[in-house]
Design a protein around this ligand. Sequence first.
Ligand SMILES: [Mn+2]
Length: 361
Amino acid sequence: MEFTKRLAAFRERMRREKLSAFALLHLSNLRYLTGFTGSAGLLVVQPEEAHFYTDGRYREQARLEVQGAQIHIAGPAGLYAEAAHQLARVRRIGVEAPTLTLAAAAALGGKEWKNRLYPTTGWVEQLRAIKTPDEVARLRQAAQLAASIWPRILREIKPGNRERAIAARIEFELRRSGGDGCSFEPIVATGAHGALPHARASAQELKQGDLVVLDYGVWLEGYASDMTRTAGVGRVPVQAREIYGAVLEAQLAALDTVRPGVPTPVVDGAARRVLRKHKLLRYFVHSTGHGVGLEIHENPRLGQWMRRDQPPPVLEAGNVITIEPGVYLPGWGGVRIEDMVHVTASGAEILTPTPKELLEL
Ligand SMILES: [Mn+2]
């Protein structure tokens, strides 16, 4: 069973790092290790046992979902107090540094928490970065579902329509097609708004000759999808067409590097090299991509690598990532093109089937 294997892999890491107890709080990690999909939980992993704590709201759900751990329903004292009791005699407790608040740390570790808690980063996230065939199948399905509504979204791209109306249409179509909702708030950014990589859909109307950036995704059985296309509202100016061509060239160049064993900065560098050639590099203000799975942004990250103390991540078979270079000209607009990609044993499988030539609608 999947959860047994995952917990075994996590325990192996604990053993290597000489930890006899670990308290996990990050919900995606709880879901990955136990199957729990609720919004409040705490998992204590020890070499021979595991304990899952939640509150009364999730009594039945935990019973149905949680595998590989004994379930405890916390009383009024709360999850941390219950877990602290289980951990009372443990001298060193592994915790997730990015998730644990100081309040939770004190509740979990007691007066001596600074000495008892052992901060770690990304242990479960590293396991999550390598998807099983079953997880890849879900991600593929999510990517295909999102792509399947694209023709209906294109019909909304016309002068006078508002960004918000298109965002609402995306959300409606994703749910109606069987998705569990948007994996993030859809970005619909027309004209100058397109220069903000994470613009919020506003009351702005689409105008003839604008480029519109559309970035959206869907949840399906716990897994996220993520895609971006940029389209023209009618014929667009020559400059827009040139910038679109450069971004597409960069995206294809980055895609071309994807295979196991390739350091992630090499993928990022391929996109950057093309944009530098077109004198657009300074307008590429984010990284080339990221892993996708139980969260919309997860490992591996595909960007420039600035650290000298450790080597950058290397692509591995089973990674599912995005490739999404963009160009953002303040006051003018932006272009981004994003596909989801599965790193296979021999190369790459592009999961987003949507065509990428510039549409002038
Ligand atoms: Mn993305």
